[in-house]
Design a protein around this ligand. Structure first.
Ligand code: GLV
Length: 330
C-alpha cells in the first residue's frame, strides 16, 4: 500500500493571496490593504509550472481565463484554498465539479462588463457590415483607390433582422442597442425571457432564429452544450449574405466560419475572441471579410477596474468568513 503524498502546508512566509496577472490601475491596492499578496506583475499569463508552484498553500487565488483550474491545480494549492476568484464573467477555465468536491468556492465578474462588451459587439457589427477593416487595410496599403458608386458597398442595418444567440445580460444589452438602428430583434435562449427582459425581442427556436437572422450576434456562454453549436451545418441555415458577430470563443466553429466566408455564403463576420488564444486560425486571417479583434470585449479602463474590483471583493468577502459576492452557480 502506497502512502499518499503529504498535503502541502501553508508556509508562514507565503502570502495567503495569489494574483496571477497584473491588474488594472488601482485594483491591487484593494487587496493589499487587507492581505499579504503575491502578484504575477506581468501582462503575460503564468507558465503552468510556475502557476502550480505559486499556488501552493494559498487561501485565495485571483485567476484569469488563461489559468486552468482543475484537479491538478487544486491539489497543488492544497486544502487551505478557500476561493478562486475569476477575473471574467466566463468560467470555462474552471472545473467547477473539482472545486465543489474540495469545498473551494468560485466567483466571477458578471454585470460589470455588460455595457462594454455590448458596445464592442456593436463596434464589430458595424465594422463587418460596413467593411471597415477592408477599407482601412486598403488605405494603409497605399494602393490606389477612388470613390465610386459600387466601391466597398456594405449592408444597411435599418429594417434588417438581428438575431441574438444567448440572451443573458450581454445579449439583452446588444438587443437594446438595436433599437437605435431600427432593427427588428429575435433571440434564442434556453428559456424564453419575461416580456420586460425581452424588451420587444421575439424568442425563436435555434434553427428558426438562424434561418431568419441577416445579422447574428453570438453571446451565449461557452459550455459543453454550446461548444461548436454553430457548426458548418447550422451556419448553412443562415440566409445567404448574412453577417455573424461572435463574442464568445468556442461557440462558433472558427474553421466552419472561415469556410462560409470563403464560399460567399456569408457577407462578413467578426470575431472578438478565439478558441485557442492567442492563436487565430489561418483560414480566418485569410478572409478579407472577417473583422478580427484580440479579445477586447471588456477592454475599457472603467470596466477592467470594475472587474478587478469585483474579483477583489469576492476574495475579501470569503477571507473575511462570508460568502462570495458573485458566486458561480453551476
Ligand atoms: C470574457 O472575456 C469573459 O469575461 O468571460
Amino acid at each position: 500500500m502506497s502512502t499518499p503524498p503529504p498535503a502541502p502546508s501553508p508556509s508562514p512566509a507565503q502570502p495567503p493571496v495569489l494574483v496571477t496577472r497584473r491588474l488594472a490601475p488601482g485594483v491591487i491596492e484593494g487587496l493589499t490593504a487587507h492581505h499579504a499578496v503575491t502578484c504575477h506583475d506581468s501582462d503575460q499569463a503564468m507558465d503552468r509550472a510556475d502557476l502550480l508552484a505559486a499556488v501552493r498553500g494559498r487561501r485565495a487565488v485571483l485567476t484569469t481565463l488563461d489559468d486552468r483550474v482543475d484537479g491538478e491545480f487544486l491539489d497543488a494549492a492544497g486544502p487551505g484554498l478557500a476561493i478562486v476568484a475569476n477575473h471574467a464573467v466566463g468560467h470555462h477555465n474552471i472545473d467547477l465539479a473539482a472545486c465543489a468536491e474540495r469545498g473551494v468556492l468560485v466567483s466571477h465578474t458578471p454585470g460589470v462588463l455588460t455595457t462594454a462588451t455590448a458596445d464592442m459587439a456593436w463596434a464589430l457589427l458595424l465594422a463587418a457590415t460596413r467593411r471597415l477593416g477592408e477599407g482601412e487595410r486598403l488605405l494603409r496599403s497605399g494602393r490606389p483607390w477612388t470613390w465610386a458608386p459600387n466601391f466597398l458597398l456594405g449592408l444597411e442595418l435599418a429594417g434588417t433582422p438581428l438575431g441574438v444567440l444567448g440572451m443573458g445580460r450581454i445579449g439583452q444589452a446588444v438587443a437594446r442597442r438595436a433599437r437605435a438602428f431600427d432593427m427588428p430583434v429575435s433571440y434564442h435562449n434556453r428559456r424564453e425571457l419575461a416580456p420586460e427582459q425581452a424588451d420587444g425581442a421575439t424568442w425563436r427556436p435555434l434553427e428558426e432564429l438562424l434561418a431568419t437572422s441577416t445579422v447574428l450576434v453570438v453571446t451565449a456562454p461557452l459550455s459543453a452544450a454550446t461548444r461548436h453549436l454553430l457548426d458548418a451545418r447550422r451556419l448553412a441555415l443562415l440566409p445567404r449574405g448574412a453577417v455573424v458577430v461572435s463574442m464568445t470563443a468556442g461557440v462558433v466553429d472558427e474553421e466552419a466560419l472561415a469556410a462560409a466566408l470563403e464560399s460567399g455564403a456569408l457577407f462578413a463576420a467578426a470575431v472578438d475572441n478565439f478558441e485557442h488564444e492567442p492563436a487565430v486560425p489561418a483560414a480566418l486571417l485569410a478572409q478579407e471579410r472577417a473583422v478580427l479583434a484580440p479579445h477586447l470585449g471588456s477592454a475599457t479602463v472603467r470596466t477592467r477596474q470594475a472587474m478587478g474590483g469585483l474579483a477583489v471583493d469576492n476574495i475579501l468577502a470569503v477571507l473575511g468568513g462570508g460568502a462570495p459576492v458573485t458566486p458561480v452557480t453551476a
